[in-house]
Design a protein around this ligand. Structure first.
Ligand SMILES: Nc1nc2c(c(=O)[nH]1)N[C@H]1C(S)=C(S)[C@@H](COP(=O)(O)OP(=O)(O)OC[C@H]3O[C@@H](n4cnc5c(N)ncnc54)[C@H](O)[C@@H]3O)O[C@H]1N2
Ligand code: MOO
Length: 412
């Protein structure tokens, strides 16, 4: 592919090409955060029995001001016979309402003396009747309750559990292999002269783990085409996505693109128009994906956030679109920018306005994202962008740490 794509073009290409993985049944407890792949109709009515909405007294037929207390029904219990005229039982929230009950008197409206119950004022029988929750009032048996494509968040999980589902069919998360490429890279603690720890792998694995993705990380491999090709080949059979890091440049020892060609990959793009991280390569081999991230720590993480997390989302059946928020720069930024730049910043909401403070300007690739929770989108230009300018930014919503409110459930 010769033309350098814009980020949005690269995203929509991924959207078109990365189809959700085949559905899989998983235990309900493991389904949170995944996308539902089946239609759910309720096998039962809920509640399954008429139950009391309040703590109080179930009143027998024909409303009067005096009742005889004949028993007690706690939640999870029951009363063996129908209530007769003038009879009442003590009842608690969620307990089954005895047959013959015409309404529930809340305990704060009642006076109890020994075995007698007195209603100190006139009460509306319709109000008392409304305190009995009827069978199927919340959900009818056979009702369509969830549709394929819905993200399973805690309310959906709770609903499925209430209806007795132990398992559910979802779009699984892709399995990912991470490979660092560079003769200068070592595992942590295996330092020699002219080498550095392969720190990117830890940062990328952290991001994947926060997203609940299963990841296999491998020791760094040297800049050697044959080695890299055989490593990628062996991982392609095991996972849905192989991510390499390093060697995406055009230097003599940059082998990523060549290795991808050797394993028969078809490139989707080999460069995207932003910095840092625009030297990202995304390719496909059959139904598997191959991503080559640049080695520079900030470039690897920014490209990962902007394109690889979306690719993983698409494979897991989630909707994929840019998630822009608007904010105000609190200081001047940028010199000449030949390309669009995504700048690490700290976003802070001050009286409803997001204020954006760049972090670690000019401090090098390792410190670039420290303390940041946002990426500010700076267009190319020849002059600095003054403070107070309104700009777009993208929240760095790492897993549970910062929410992105744009998950769409409107298709139900
Ligand atoms: N002549 C040019 N050289 C470079 C250019 C350019 O335009 N012209 N662009 C620079 C930019 S920007 C980037 S980004 C890198 C991309 O190149 P690579 O993907 O080949 O990255 P490497 O050369 O392998 O590594 C760059 C840098 O990052 C360190 N690194 C690599 N992997 C890791 C890791 N797993 N953990 C920690 N650090 C890692 C590596 O040692 C290098 O210092 O190219 C520039 N060059
Ligand atoms: O490609 Mo580098 O990734 O521009 O930072």
């Amino acid at each position: 592919m010769s033309r350098i794509l814009e980020w949005e073009e690269a995203l929509s290409l991924l959207n078109k090409i990365a189809h959700p993985l085949p559905p899989k049944k998983v235990p309900l407890a493991e389904a949170a955060g995944l996308v539902l792949a089946e239609e759910i109709t309720s096998p039962v009515s809920f509640p399954p029995f008429p139950r009391s909405r309040v703590d109080g007294y179930a009143l027998g037929p024909s409303l009067s001001q005096e009742y005889r207390l004949v028993g007690e029904v706690p939640a999870g219990g029951g009363y063996p016979k129908p209530l007769g005229p003038g009879e009442a039982v003590r009842i608690f929230t969620g307990a089954p309402v005895p047959r013959g009950t015409i309404g529930i008197l809340p305990q704060e409206w009642a006076q109890e003396e020994g075995k007698r119950l007195h209603l100190p004022f006139k009460v509306d029988p319709i109000v008392l009747a409304s305190l009995i929750q009827k069978v199927g009032e919340e959900i009818e048996q056979g009702e369509k309750i969830l549709v394929p494509g819905m993200p399973l968040t805690p309310p959906e999980i709770g609903l499925l559990a209430a209806l007795g589902f132990r398992e559910v069919t979802v779009r699984p998360q892709p399995q990912v292999a991470l490979v660092a490429v560079g003769s200068e890279l070592r595992d942590i603690g295996e330092w020699e002269e002219s080498t550095i720890p392969s720190s990117n792998l830890f940062a990328l694995e952290a991001s994947l783990r926060l997203d609940g993705v299963q990841v296999y990380s491998f020791p760094p491999v040297p800049d050697d085409l044959k080695n890299l090709v055989s490593l990628i080949r062996s991982k392609l059979d095991l996972v849905d996505l192989v991510i390499t890091c390093g060697g995406t440049g055009e230097g003599k020892y940059d082998f990523t693109a060549r290795a991808f060609i050797e394993v028969g990959a078809e490139f989707l793009f080999t460069r995207v128009n932003f910095r840092p991280g625009g030297r990202i390569i995304v390719a496909r081999v059959g139904s598997r994906f191959l991503v080559g991230l640049p080695g520079m720590p900030s470039a690897a993480l920014v490209a990962f956030h902007l394109l690889v997390r979306p690719l993983i989302k698409a494979l897991a059946g989630k909707e994929l679109r840019p998630c822009f928020w608007k904010g105000i720069l609190v200081e001047q930024v940028g010199k000449e920018r030949r390309q669009r730049v995504f700048l690490y910043a700290r976003a802070r909401n001050v009286q409803g306005i997001w204020e954006l403070t760049p972090v670690n300007l000019g401090q090098g690739a390792l410190k670039a994202g420290i303390g940041a929770n946002a990426l500010v989108d700076l267009p190319p230009g020849t002059s600095p962008i003054p403070r107070e300018t309104e700009v777009n930014f993208i929240p760095l919503n790492y897993g549970p740490l910062l929410p992105c409110p744009l998950e769409d459930k409107s298709n139900i």
